[in-house]
Design a binder for this molecule. Structure first.
Ligand code: TLP
Length: 342
């Protein structure tokens, strides 16, 4: 099977496993795991933040951020197709008792003019808008890279409006590699940033949240409440450190593979692919005009050895990653073309 459901399906390489086996460990609930501490320092430095905290998942990192920046009853602005709104099992409502205000952006990127009408006025019966969540790259929009100028404008606006900004940077590595813009430049536009090691970087588990020392101290408490305090987590941190050393630059290969898939998919009648939006490792295909459903396409591709995922009743997603070779990508592109052509 050629598994293009997600870049989360990557398995640790033998070299990564060796690094994990050799990891120096301690009890991270006491903040005494040297490898976890090393990873947190490295992430904070890469993102230009005072501190960072490892979490077991990207969802936990995002949900800790929402909790850190809000009070119950607040409203949080999230792009309409954003992960925090759509794919975190209503976690913000469940854990932080906040209301999400979905706002449509352009290719997943919120501009100031999109946000302004969604800010609540300070009337007592309105919810209080306190947080804006951005996503880079944007998953559902097709792995799009946030235009840096727009993100800078959103950040400047947030300062005048006294709003916090959280950046879901699960795939910020991809954005940095695709754009050549350093991670810290993106991160400077947000108060907190989450990043994942378990997606394109190929680590088996793990994410992190970075921000001010004060916010990260609070995040540590919330992580414990959410059951995310781990003990000898250095074994996992070693995989992430290995990934940071060896698997970042190679993301460019995944981006090239996504283009191969997109260029085949766009040829099929009734299939819509935003080719200019295929900027990293995700290809979103809308098959609505072909009269078929995502489920049907996914079933037929699976019969031919290619696994895809759905992002809506007529929306199919393919994600390239390090466990799919160029040759397999070409084979998958041929299958995709046949299946999409019906
Ligand atoms: N996304 C998953 C699914 O939940 C859709 C995937 O396969 O892409 N932020 C973004 C932008 C993400 O894409 C994801 C994972 C997360 C956060 C959450 O990461 P995990 O699943 O590790 O908690």
């Amino acid at each position: 099977m050629i598994d293009l459901r997600s870049d989360t399906v990557t398995r640790p390489t033998p070299a990564m496993r060796a690094a994990m086996a050799a990891a120096d460990v301690g009890d991270d609930v006491y903040a005494e795991d040297p490898t976890v501490n090393r990873l947190q320092e490295r992430v904070a430095e890469l993102l230009g933040k005072e501190a960072a905290l490892c979490t077991p998942s990207g969802v936990m990192a995002n949900q800790i951020a929402v909790k850190c920046h809000t009070q119950p009853g607040d409203e949080v602005i999230v792009e309409e197709r954003g992960h925090i709104f759509n794919y975190e099992t209503a976690g913000a409502a469940f854990l932080s008792n906040v209301q999400i205000r979905p706002v449509r952006g352009v290719r997943g990127a919120l501009r100031v003019e999109d946000i302004v009408p969604a800010i609540r006025s300070a009337v007592y019966y309105n919810p209080r808008t306190t947080l804006i969540c951005l996503e880079n790259t944007h998953n559902s929009a097709g792995g799009t890279v946030y235009p840096l100028d727009e993100m800078k404008r959103v950040h400047a606006f947030s300062r005048t409006e006294h709003l916090a900004v959280h950046l879901d940077g699960a795939r910020l590595w991809n954005a940095a590699v695709a754009s050549g813009i350093p991670l810290s430049t993106w991160a400077a536009c947000a108060d907190t940033v989450s990043v994942c090691f378990s997606k394109g970087l190929g680590a088996p588990v793990g994410s992190a949240i970075a921000g001010s020392a004060e916010t990260i101290a609070r995040a540590r408490t919330i992580r414990k409440i959410y059951g995310g305090g781990m003990r000898q987590a250095g074994i996992l941190a070693a995989a992430a450190l290995y990934a940071l050393d060896h698997h970042v630059d190679r993301l460019a290969e995944d981006h090239a593979k996504a283009r191969i898939l997109a260029e085949q998919a766009v040829e099929a009648p009734g299939v819509s692919v935003d080719l200019d939006g295929v900027q990293t490792n995700i290809v979103i295909m809308d098959v609505q005009q072909s009269g078929r459903t995502a489920a049907e396409i996914i079933r037929r591709a699976k019969e031919q050895g290619v696994l895809l995922s759905d992002m809506g009743p007529t929306v199919v997603r393919a994600v390239t990653h390090m466990d799919v070779t160029l040759e397999q990508t070409r084979a998958a592109a041929a299958v995709l073309r046949t299946v999409l052509a019906g």
